[in-house]
Design a binder for this molecule. Structure first.
Ligand SMILES: Nc1ncnc2c1ncn2[C@@H]1O[C@H](COP(=O)(O)OP(=O)(O)O)[C@@H](O)[C@H]1O
Ligand SMILES: [Mg+2]
Length: 270
Protein backbone atom coordinates (compact mmCIF):
# COMPACT_ATOMS: atom_id res chain seq x y z
CA UNK A 1 0.00 0.00 0.00
CA UNK A 2 1.32 3.48 -0.78
CA UNK A 3 1.91 5.92 2.06
CA UNK A 4 -0.79 8.20 0.66
CA UNK A 5 -3.38 5.44 0.56
CA UNK A 6 -2.50 4.33 4.04
CA UNK A 7 -2.76 7.84 5.42
CA UNK A 8 -6.28 8.30 4.12
CA UNK A 9 -7.30 5.15 6.02
CA UNK A 10 -7.13 5.70 9.76
CA UNK A 11 -5.11 2.94 11.40
CA UNK A 12 -6.22 1.36 14.64
CA UNK A 13 -3.57 2.64 17.06
CA UNK A 14 -4.87 2.73 20.58
CA UNK A 15 -5.63 5.98 22.45
CA UNK A 16 -7.39 9.15 21.38
CA UNK A 17 -5.56 11.72 19.27
CA UNK A 18 -3.87 14.37 21.43
CA UNK A 19 -2.59 16.28 18.44
CA UNK A 20 -3.84 16.28 14.88
CA UNK A 21 -1.94 18.24 12.27
CA UNK A 22 -3.76 18.85 9.00
CA UNK A 23 -2.26 20.08 5.72
CA UNK A 24 0.27 22.31 7.45
CA UNK A 25 2.40 24.73 5.41
CA UNK A 26 5.20 26.88 6.84
CA UNK A 27 7.57 29.24 5.08
CA UNK A 28 10.89 31.01 5.59
CA UNK A 29 10.21 34.07 3.46
CA UNK A 30 9.40 32.66 0.03
CA UNK A 31 10.72 29.17 0.84
CA UNK A 32 8.10 26.56 1.74
CA UNK A 33 9.73 24.33 4.36
CA UNK A 34 6.62 22.38 5.42
CA UNK A 35 4.58 21.32 2.41
CA UNK A 36 1.20 20.08 3.52
CA UNK A 37 2.01 17.89 6.51
CA UNK A 38 -0.73 15.82 8.17
CA UNK A 39 -0.14 13.60 11.18
CA UNK A 40 -1.58 12.38 14.42
CA UNK A 41 -0.15 11.86 17.90
CA UNK A 42 -2.18 9.63 20.16
CA UNK A 43 -2.56 9.74 23.90
CA UNK A 44 0.24 7.96 25.75
CA UNK A 45 2.32 7.20 22.67
CA UNK A 46 5.79 8.09 21.51
CA UNK A 47 5.47 9.19 17.90
CA UNK A 48 8.66 9.76 15.99
CA UNK A 49 9.22 11.93 12.93
CA UNK A 50 12.28 10.75 11.01
CA UNK A 51 14.09 12.47 8.20
CA UNK A 52 17.45 13.58 6.88
CA UNK A 53 19.00 16.94 7.66
CA UNK A 54 16.87 19.68 6.10
CA UNK A 55 13.71 17.56 5.79
CA UNK A 56 11.71 20.09 7.82
CA UNK A 57 11.53 18.35 11.20
CA UNK A 58 12.59 21.34 13.29
CA UNK A 59 10.32 23.66 11.34
CA UNK A 60 7.42 21.32 12.02
CA UNK A 61 8.05 21.39 15.78
CA UNK A 62 8.55 25.18 15.76
CA UNK A 63 5.22 25.58 14.02
CA UNK A 64 3.42 23.37 16.53
CA UNK A 65 4.97 25.17 19.52
CA UNK A 66 4.12 28.61 18.12
CA UNK A 67 7.68 29.77 17.47
CA UNK A 68 6.67 29.98 13.80
CA UNK A 69 3.27 30.70 12.28
CA UNK A 70 1.94 28.42 9.58
CA UNK A 71 0.64 29.89 6.34
CA UNK A 72 -1.97 27.17 6.01
CA UNK A 73 -3.40 24.20 7.83
CA UNK A 74 -4.63 23.26 11.27
CA UNK A 75 -3.02 22.14 14.53
CA UNK A 76 -5.83 20.55 16.50
CA UNK A 77 -5.18 20.12 20.20
CA UNK A 78 -7.48 19.87 23.21
CA UNK A 79 -10.57 20.58 21.15
CA UNK A 80 -9.33 23.64 19.27
CA UNK A 81 -7.00 24.90 16.55
CA UNK A 82 -3.80 26.26 18.14
CA UNK A 83 -2.13 27.28 14.85
CA UNK A 84 -0.63 30.74 15.26
CA UNK A 85 -0.89 30.85 19.06
CA UNK A 86 1.91 32.57 20.98
CA UNK A 87 4.52 30.10 22.35
CA UNK A 88 3.73 30.80 26.03
CA UNK A 89 0.04 30.14 25.44
CA UNK A 90 0.94 26.81 23.83
CA UNK A 91 3.06 25.92 26.89
CA UNK A 92 0.20 26.84 29.21
CA UNK A 93 -2.04 24.56 27.19
CA UNK A 94 0.36 21.68 27.92
CA UNK A 95 2.70 21.42 24.91
CA UNK A 96 6.39 21.82 25.70
CA UNK A 97 9.14 22.02 23.10
CA UNK A 98 12.63 20.80 23.98
CA UNK A 99 14.59 22.50 21.21
CA UNK A 100 17.36 21.17 19.00
CA UNK A 101 20.79 21.89 20.52
CA UNK A 102 19.30 21.91 24.06
CA UNK A 103 19.48 25.70 24.59
CA UNK A 104 19.77 25.65 28.37
CA UNK A 105 20.51 28.98 30.07
CA UNK A 106 24.31 28.60 30.36
CA UNK A 107 24.89 31.07 33.21
CA UNK A 108 22.06 29.79 35.37
CA UNK A 109 22.49 26.79 37.63
CA UNK A 110 20.80 23.47 37.00
CA UNK A 111 18.26 24.27 39.68
CA UNK A 112 17.53 27.73 38.26
CA UNK A 113 17.11 26.25 34.78
CA UNK A 114 14.59 23.76 36.13
CA UNK A 115 12.63 26.48 37.89
CA UNK A 116 12.56 28.53 34.69
CA UNK A 117 10.79 25.57 33.12
CA UNK A 118 7.97 25.98 35.64
CA UNK A 119 7.32 29.62 34.73
CA UNK A 120 3.75 28.91 33.71
CA UNK A 121 2.86 27.32 37.07
CA UNK A 122 1.77 28.78 40.38
CA UNK A 123 1.39 25.55 42.39
CA UNK A 124 4.60 25.82 44.41
CA UNK A 125 4.17 22.49 46.14
CA UNK A 126 3.67 20.72 42.80
CA UNK A 127 6.69 22.47 41.32
CA UNK A 128 8.84 21.33 44.24
CA UNK A 129 7.59 17.75 43.83
CA UNK A 130 8.27 17.78 40.10
CA UNK A 131 11.78 19.07 40.71
CA UNK A 132 12.39 15.98 42.87
CA UNK A 133 10.74 13.83 40.20
CA UNK A 134 13.18 15.23 37.59
CA UNK A 135 16.12 14.56 39.92
CA UNK A 136 14.94 10.97 40.40
CA UNK A 137 15.05 10.37 36.65
CA UNK A 138 18.32 12.27 36.19
CA UNK A 139 20.36 11.79 39.39
CA UNK A 140 23.36 13.57 37.85
CA UNK A 141 21.29 16.79 37.80
CA UNK A 142 20.71 16.47 41.55
CA UNK A 143 24.44 16.15 42.10
CA UNK A 144 25.07 19.19 39.94
CA UNK A 145 22.12 21.30 41.05
CA UNK A 146 24.28 24.34 41.92
CA UNK A 147 26.52 24.09 38.87
CA UNK A 148 26.21 26.56 35.97
CA UNK A 149 24.45 24.73 33.13
CA UNK A 150 26.95 25.98 30.53
CA UNK A 151 29.80 24.13 32.25
CA UNK A 152 28.15 20.71 31.94
CA UNK A 153 28.69 18.07 29.24
CA UNK A 154 26.43 17.79 26.19
CA UNK A 155 24.65 14.77 27.64
CA UNK A 156 24.03 16.47 30.96
CA UNK A 157 22.72 19.57 29.18
CA UNK A 158 20.37 17.37 27.16
CA UNK A 159 19.09 15.82 30.38
CA UNK A 160 18.62 19.30 31.82
CA UNK A 161 16.73 20.45 28.73
CA UNK A 162 14.35 17.50 29.06
CA UNK A 163 14.07 18.07 32.82
CA UNK A 164 13.28 21.75 32.30
CA UNK A 165 10.57 20.76 29.83
CA UNK A 166 9.06 18.36 32.37
CA UNK A 167 8.83 21.19 34.91
CA UNK A 168 6.01 22.74 32.87
CA UNK A 169 4.01 19.53 33.52
CA UNK A 170 3.39 18.86 29.82
CA UNK A 171 0.72 16.66 28.35
CA UNK A 172 2.67 16.55 25.12
CA UNK A 173 6.43 16.94 24.83
CA UNK A 174 8.11 17.84 21.53
CA UNK A 175 11.70 16.58 21.50
CA UNK A 176 14.00 17.83 18.75
CA UNK A 177 16.91 15.44 18.11
CA UNK A 178 17.89 14.61 21.68
CA UNK A 179 20.57 12.26 20.33
CA UNK A 180 22.44 14.99 18.44
CA UNK A 181 26.18 15.01 19.20
CA UNK A 182 26.00 12.42 21.98
CA UNK A 183 27.89 9.13 22.29
CA UNK A 184 25.92 5.95 21.46
CA UNK A 185 26.02 4.93 25.12
CA UNK A 186 24.57 8.24 26.32
CA UNK A 187 21.94 8.15 23.59
CA UNK A 188 20.85 4.73 24.83
CA UNK A 189 20.66 5.99 28.39
CA UNK A 190 18.67 9.12 27.51
CA UNK A 191 16.26 7.24 25.26
CA UNK A 192 15.61 4.67 27.98
CA UNK A 193 14.70 7.55 30.31
CA UNK A 194 12.45 9.11 27.64
CA UNK A 195 10.67 5.78 27.38
CA UNK A 196 10.27 5.55 31.17
CA UNK A 197 8.94 9.11 31.39
CA UNK A 198 6.41 8.22 28.74
CA UNK A 199 5.30 5.04 30.48
CA UNK A 200 5.54 6.12 34.12
CA UNK A 201 4.64 9.82 33.98
CA UNK A 202 2.19 9.47 31.11
CA UNK A 203 3.83 12.15 28.97
CA UNK A 204 2.89 11.77 25.32
CA UNK A 205 5.94 12.41 23.16
CA UNK A 206 6.63 13.62 19.65
CA UNK A 207 10.24 12.73 18.97
CA UNK A 208 12.05 14.17 15.97
CA UNK A 209 15.21 12.31 14.98
CA UNK A 210 17.78 11.72 12.26
CA UNK A 211 18.91 8.71 14.27
CA UNK A 212 16.16 6.46 12.97
CA UNK A 213 17.15 3.26 14.69
CA UNK A 214 17.18 4.53 18.27
CA UNK A 215 14.01 6.52 17.68
CA UNK A 216 12.12 3.55 16.22
CA UNK A 217 13.27 1.34 19.07
CA UNK A 218 11.45 3.52 21.64
CA UNK A 219 8.58 4.80 19.49
CA UNK A 220 5.13 3.34 18.98
CA UNK A 221 4.46 4.97 15.63
CA UNK A 222 6.58 6.79 13.07
CA UNK A 223 6.41 9.22 10.17
CA UNK A 224 9.14 9.72 7.60
CA UNK A 225 9.68 13.23 6.24
CA UNK A 226 11.41 14.21 3.02
CA UNK A 227 11.67 17.75 1.66
CA UNK A 228 8.87 19.10 3.82
CA UNK A 229 6.45 16.23 3.20
CA UNK A 230 5.44 13.04 4.98
CA UNK A 231 6.35 10.20 2.61
CA UNK A 232 5.67 7.19 4.81
CA UNK A 233 4.04 6.28 8.12
CA UNK A 234 3.51 3.07 10.03
CA UNK A 235 3.94 1.43 13.41
CA UNK A 236 7.52 1.63 14.65
CA UNK A 237 8.17 -2.14 14.45
CA UNK A 238 6.95 -2.20 10.86
CA UNK A 239 9.07 0.81 9.89
CA UNK A 240 12.10 -0.92 11.41
CA UNK A 241 11.42 -3.89 9.11
CA UNK A 242 10.66 -1.78 6.04
CA UNK A 243 13.16 -2.18 3.20
CA UNK A 244 12.97 1.54 2.29
CA UNK A 245 13.59 2.66 5.85
CA UNK A 246 16.43 0.18 6.23
CA UNK A 247 18.01 1.30 3.00
CA UNK A 248 17.69 5.05 3.41
CA UNK A 249 17.61 5.65 7.15
CA UNK A 250 19.21 2.70 8.90
CA UNK A 251 22.25 2.42 6.64
CA UNK A 252 21.97 -1.30 6.04
CA UNK A 253 21.95 -1.03 2.23
CA UNK A 254 25.63 -1.84 1.88
CA UNK A 255 25.37 -4.92 4.05
CA UNK A 256 22.35 -6.16 2.11
CA UNK A 257 24.15 -5.69 -1.21
CA UNK A 258 27.22 -7.46 0.12
CA UNK A 259 24.98 -10.23 1.40
CA UNK A 260 23.35 -10.64 -2.00
CA UNK A 261 26.70 -10.72 -3.77
CA UNK A 262 27.95 -13.41 -1.44
CA UNK A 263 24.76 -15.34 -2.04
CA UNK A 264 25.17 -15.15 -5.83
CA UNK A 265 28.77 -16.29 -5.55
CA UNK A 266 27.69 -19.23 -3.45
CA UNK A 267 25.11 -20.22 -6.06
CA UNK A 268 27.71 -20.22 -8.86
CA UNK A 269 30.03 -22.34 -6.76
CA UNK A 270 27.36 -24.90 -6.51
N1 LIG B 1 15.99 30.25 9.46
C1 LIG B 1 15.84 29.73 8.25
N2 LIG B 1 15.77 30.51 7.15
C2 LIG B 1 15.61 29.99 5.92
N3 LIG B 1 15.49 28.68 5.66
C3 LIG B 1 15.57 27.84 6.71
C4 LIG B 1 15.75 28.31 8.06
N4 LIG B 1 15.75 27.25 8.88
C5 LIG B 1 15.60 26.16 8.09
N5 LIG B 1 15.49 26.51 6.80
C6 LIG B 1 15.28 25.59 5.66
O1 LIG B 1 14.07 24.90 5.84
C7 LIG B 1 14.23 23.53 5.49
C8 LIG B 1 13.86 22.66 6.69
O2 LIG B 1 14.79 22.89 7.74
P1 LIG B 1 14.65 22.23 9.16
O3 LIG B 1 13.25 22.31 9.60
O4 LIG B 1 15.68 22.84 10.05
O5 LIG B 1 15.03 20.71 8.84
P2 LIG B 1 15.48 19.52 9.81
O6 LIG B 1 15.18 19.90 11.21
O7 LIG B 1 14.71 18.35 9.32
O8 LIG B 1 16.94 19.34 9.60
C9 LIG B 1 15.65 23.36 5.01
O9 LIG B 1 15.65 23.44 3.62
C10 LIG B 1 16.37 24.53 5.63
O10 LIG B 1 17.46 24.92 4.83
MG1 LIG C 1 16.42 20.03 12.86
Amino acid sequence: MTAAARMSEPMPRGGEAVLTVKNLESYYGPIMAIRGVSLEVRQGQIVTVLGANGAGKTTLLKTISGVMNPQKGQILYAGGDIAGWEPDRVVRAGIVHVPEGREVFPLLTVEENLRMGAFVRSDREGVRRDEEMVYSYFPILAERRRQAAGTMSGGQQQMLAIGRGLMAKPKLMLLDEPSLGLSPLLVKEIFAIIRRLNREQGVTMMLVEQNARVALEVADYGYVMELGRIVMDDTAPRLLMSKDVQEFYLGVQEQTQRGQKRWKQKKTWR
